[in-house]
Design a protein around this ligand. Structure first.
Ligand SMILES: [Zn+2]
Length: 397
């Protein structure tokens, strides 16, 4: 079997949908493409696609698939819309804030194309529900932002023999690939092990350029339409890597690992495992920390020499420049993780850490506790909670 460049596949969808004149008119700019034609539009209109995550990637993925006229879209997302999503999650607007993403997404899709059936899974996809959700769809597109979900989707797709269209975006960089055991390697062949949790950065902590989401998501949708119709070469056995700063695309060949634990010769994984244990939690668990008003009282006591402690801002510099808590020291978390980083943390007095929302500070707190620092706590809810409760005149993000 050929891996790498120019992988041609048979059309994923073999049965053709019958289309009304109204639908043929709507999709006529597809039908006019010689490579697509009426028969391939009939395949598209018979395809059932599951999209995981209705966020930065999920928004354009869902909108383009709806416009292209697939038969059914499954939307799996457990989150609600918040203000910081609106910079890139183009399914939503100011009125969506506080509402369920999956439900909001369904409404937008219905407005765009009433011919598309939308199934909402307003829940986190886990080892418990993944197979029962995925088995009803022809392919899976990943718009998630965490490793536990990626390994889960990969494994479920290998087990169920479904194509898995993966992507990842971070800051100015994005990557796309198609994993399908039938034709090539899987995600575990590329990444056998998840990165350590302290190395994981997400869009929430590292930022992402708005239009990066559209670039990468539309590559994913194009791959989906190619899989459905069998038209053109698909990214099986290849990772397409995009750098917005360099304005460049690169293709990297990947091979099936014969010792892959799920798609290799002697697989050791034959059913879904505990992915949060394997990769770390999808959302870091909330540890009880110091509440904003408690910290405010502590800072006042420190001012009056009634209490001594160090408040450390562990975020990235652009975040600090946006907003910070007066009286804090800035030590970025990567500096703490670096060699000799522990010497930066005082051992002779209590330390309070803070980040944006409390996730990174929980992680660094655990790391320091493991390394013998006993008087470590963190600001629960991070500076977002602080601004809300203590200094509402400051910027939140
Ligand atoms: Zn594999």
């Amino acid at each position: 079997m050929l891996y790498g460049s120019n992988v041609k596949i048979n059309p994923l969808i073999t049965d053709l949908a019958s289309l009304s004149n109204e639908e043929i008119k709507r999709y006529s700019r597809h039908v006019l493409l010689p490579e697509i034609g009426l028969d391939n539009q009939q395949r598209i209109s018979n395809a059932k696609v599951l999209v995981i995550g209705a966020g930065g990637l999920g928004s354009p993925i869902l909108l383009y698939l709806a416009a292209a006229g697939v038969k059914e879209l499954g939307i799996c997302d457990f989150d609600v819309v918040d203000e910081t999503n609106l910079q890139r999650q183009i399914l939503f607007n100011g009125l969506s804030i506080g509402k369920d993403k999956a439900v909001e997404a369904k409404e937008k899709i219905n407005q765009l194309n009433p011919f598309v059936k939308v199934s909402v899974f307003n829940e986190l996809i886990t080892a418990k529900n993944a197979e029962s959700i995925i088995k009803n769809f022809d392919l899976v597109i990943d718009g998630s932002d965490n490793f536990a979900t990626r390994y889960l989707l990969n494994d479920a797709c290998v087990i169920l023999d479904k194509p898995y269209i993966w992507a990842s975006i971070y800051r100015f960089d994005g990557q796309v690939s198609v994993f399908w055991k039938k034709y090539g390697p899987c995600y575990r062949c590329l990444h056998p092990e998840p990165p350590p949790t302290n190395m994981v950065q997400t869009c929430a902590s590292g930022g992402v350029l708005a239009s990066m989401c559209a670039t990468i998501a539309s590559l994913q949708v194009t791959q989906a339409l190619q899989l459905i119709t069998g038209v053109g070469d698909v990214l099986i056995g290849q990772v397409l890597s995009y750098s917005a700063l360099e304005t460049s695309f690169r293709k990297i060949e990947i091979n099936r690992d014969p010792n892959c634990v799920i798609c290799g010769k002697n697989p050791t994984i034959t059913s879904l495992i505990d992915y949060e244990q394997f990769c770390g939690p999808v959302k870091p668990r909330k540890d009880p920390g110091i509440k904003p008003l408690e910290l405010k009282a502590m800072l006042e006591k420190r001012k009056n020499n009634e209490l001594d402690f160090t408040l450390i801002d562990i975020r990235e510099e652009p975040e600090k420049n946006l907003v910070e808590i007066d009286g804090s020291e800035f030590i970025n978390k990567d500096e703490i993780y670096a060699q000799d980083g522990l010497t930066l943390i005082p051992k002779d007095k209590p330390v309070v850490l803070y980040c944006r929302s409390g996730n990174r500070s929980t992680e660094v707190m655990n790391f320091l506790q493991h390394n013998g620092f006993l008087e470590i706590s963190h600001l629960e809810g991070g500076i977002v909670a602080w601004v809300k409760e203590v200094e509402p005149n400051k910027v939140s993000y």
